[in-house]
Design a protein around this ligand. Sequence first.
Ligand SMILES: COC(=O)c1ccc(CCNc2nc3cc4nc(N)[nH]c(=O)c4cc3[nH]2)cc1
Length: 373
Amino acid sequence: MATGFSFELKATDGKARTGVISTPRGDIRTPAFMPVGTAATVKAMLPESVRATGADILLGNTYHLMLRPTAERIDRLGGLHKFMNWERPILTDSGGFQVMSLSGLRKLTEKGVTFKSHVDGSRHEITPERSMEIQRLLGSDIVMCFDECTPFPATEEQALESMRLSMRWAQRSRDAFGDRPGHALFGIQQGSTFREQREESAEALKSIGFDGYAVGGLAVGEGQEMMFDVLDYAPDMLPVEKPRYLMGVGKPDDIVGAVKRGIDMMDCVLPSRSGRTGQVFTRRGVLNIKNARHQDDPRPLDEECSCPACRNYSRAYLHHTFRAKEIIQSMLLTWHNLHYYQDLMQGMRDAIAAGTFAQWEADFHAKRAEGDI
Ligand SMILES: COC(=O)c1ccc(CCNc2nc3cc4nc(N)[nH]c(=O)c4cc3[nH]2)cc1
């Protein structure tokens, strides 16, 4: 891995692995979940609260920050860590996925993507070279290659053409990234749901050489069954001694299934974004605090949770603050969901280290089947 970066595997249990990624800004315990801090903030959370949930690293977005406040301004102000008051590791996505899902009037060529900002309608271009420059200006510790996330569904021909473009962009990303001690560059595997294409993509990335490898092109509407079918073989195509990062995943049971299949890192907006809509993740499944059934319930969201929401507030109170659209509702539900996700990761790290992952997984599913949460 890049100078200043190292990945130590501490234990495996089946295909599941647990270890530590050491970086100049701190260690990342794997399997790791990264809260999403798109516009230089994990919405409704102070950075110290994000750390208190157990997060070792958070995710930022090239696309959003290049539009507002711009990477150049953040650089002039000392970089993203200083700007958002988070001194631990930051991984930034490279912009391709967000351009395709958020911007208007897009034009994709061999060179890169031009698009219309969803913020103010201005025209912009991202190329592999520009994406590397933006992520350098931001100062992110783990930089993602500029790729095209192949839409789903795709024909074999469409997927092949898209993957091969991403592999050419991976080489250009690697060349533009250069040699940056203390900073890592991750490649992103594409190939949709086609095994041979996943293989070709993995071989191309390995021949270029990266500090970590992401499984891209999933969590794009294929559904859990098809995602797991791909994860039954795709991670094994990636170097065993490097971190494997599954992008955009996911629901708790997606995360457990991905760790079981050899994934080390994940990110998803689900716990934070859905928390703001009243969706609460608990050990016994999901509930929505908006539901009138909670209005007289004195119990915490989750009896086994030690987060501030579960220690100090009742479901009745959280139902009330949701109905009243009080700001504290977003704070407490986001905090709880992120804390639950980090407890889930800690539970898996401990189980893998103890060689009891199968039992842990069985308990995880059994508790959720009990219903009546
Ligand atoms: C309330 O919850 C939500 O709104 C919500 C929205 C989207 C996702 C799915 C996100 N999925 C996803 N993010 C992704 C980001 C990616 N970035 C790059 N560079 N390349 C990829 O190939 C890629 C694939 C992804 N798949 C999950 C949850």
